[in-house]
Design a binder for this molecule. Structure first.
Ligand code: PMM
Length: 292
């Protein structure tokens, strides 16, 4: 059966691994250091990501690195709206907006975005769920505890996979109750948000707990601190580690991968999908040609 994600503008196929290229339009984002701050740079990055195999572009104007403060709303709007307008016009890929604010989501959707990626799982702004429901937009519900400036103090779980799935189930219930369509919702365990290194690794390994909620799953391990802890690499040398984390998550059933370096992860996931497809082909062959 073929799987897809309903956005306000299309059904996005999810049978093959789907990569969301990250376009952070912030002067202080931890991993690209403000390189995409200019609109021209963002458009150039979007085109390159499309060439490299991205199926989606995720545009954010707020740094959510641990300890980061929220920019004011006018500043966030000023960062993301012109970039989204240009990407929609000039790069033929669906665009999501990474924001916790309903007013930013509304303006981004009006500018042509079709998905809202809310790292607060609709808890930051009470108007957010209504904006998404009304637009019929796709919605990423990510797990987090606290806020980016307090989350590190909340990384205490009985059983991280079970607890994250239970808390995401609560956010899912709220989204459905607000009128967001079930086929528009993607869940994300929120790697790096209120989780220790061991908890992030356990969540990838035990993604089945989140998949059991019955929605496609996105993961965003890209260049995060837990990959630095495993490899000893600084932030700009974590793209191989990111690809490896995406491979592990794909083997455990994840559908969407939010990454900075699209090319390396796309190549790695193409191999995983080729292996998984070969497994399907072989089992079909085995059924048609049983060993005598
Ligand atoms: N991580 C960051 C920001 N937005 N959105 C989703 N859905 N999942 C994530 O893991 C996620 C996110 C933080 O990373 P960045 O500052 O490099 O964008």
């Amino acid at each position: 059966m073929s799987l897809s994600w309903k956005t306000s503008q299309r059904l996005l196929p999810l049978d093959a691994a789907c990569i969301a290229g990250i376009i952070n339009v912030t002067p202080d984002s931890f991993s690209d250091g403000g390189r995409h701050f200019a609109v021209e740079d963002a458009v150039r990055a979007g085109r390159a990501m499309r060439e490299a195999g991205a199926a989606l572009l995720d545009v954010g104007g707020e740094s959510t690195r641990p300890g980061a403060a929220l920019p004011d709303e006018a500043e966030e709007l000023r960062r993301v709206v012109p970039v989204i307008e240009r990407l929609v016009r000039e790069v033929a890929l669906p665009v999501s907006v990474d924001t916790r604010r309903a007013a930013v989501a509304r303006a981004a959707l009006a500018a042509g975005a079709e998905i809202v990626n809310d790292v607060s799982g609709l808890t930051h702004d009470p108007a957010m769920a209504g904006v998404i429901a009304e637009a019929g937009a796709g919605c990423v519900l990510m797990h987090m505890r606290g806020t980016p400036d307090t989350m590190d103090a909340h990384a205490v779980y009985d059983d991280v996979a079970r607890d994250v799935a239970r808390e995401l189930a609560g956010r899912l219930g709220a989204a459905l109750a607000a009128g967001i369509g079930p086929d528009a919702i993607v869940l994300d365990p929120g790697l790096g948000f209120a989780k220790t290194t061991e908890q992030n690794l356990a969540l990838i390994d035990r993604l089945a707990a989140v998949l059991a909620l019955g929605h496609p799953v996105m993961v965003g391990p890209s260049r995060k601190r837990f990959l630095g802890a495993v490899t000893g690499r600084p932030v700009h040398e974590r793209d191989a580690a990111t690809a490896a984390a995406c491979v592990a998550a794909r083997m455990r059933g994840a559908h969407l991968f939010r990454v900075h370096d699209v090319a390396v992860t796309h190549e790695a996931l193409a191999v995983v999908d080729a292996v998984l497809t070969a497994t399907v082909r072989r089992s079909t062959f085995d059924v048609q040609h049983p060993a005598s």
